[in-house]
Design a protein around this ligand. Sequence first.
Ligand code: ZN
Length: 149
Amino acid sequence: MIEPFDDTYFMKKALQEAEAAFEQGEIPVGAVITIDNRVIARGHNLTETLTDVTAHAEMQAITAASNFLGGKYLNKCTLYVTLEPCQMCAGALYWSQISKIVYGARDEARGCINLNTKLHPKTEISGGVLAEEASALMKRFFVEKRNLN
Ligand SMILES: [Zn+2]
């Protein structure tokens, strides 16, 4: 069976990135950026590894996508991210003029939706794709972390 290139297909790729973050002891958030149904950039949270609060999955993926395209605007691209972007990432995505954002789990406390962070007027946003999987991974991370301390 050939898997269709739909939101679930690409969110699975973002989840693989989140799992890579998990393995490295990072809060498991992953992202991929696509253009014409092709993954051009991947990223996962690296805030501990890089001791850098700005090293969110989305930021890594935005930089990688711009490098790949040789241009700073991502207006033909879609971002798949396992967790609703925070204010900082939503701000960066604003500057990138990305066409579409698809997130997995909601982040009620720190996500851009409840905080009313402005996205670019041309950016579409939708969510809830593989949300259960994304939040299960987060929960597992924090349970294991608690058990280690
Ligand atoms: Zn962020």
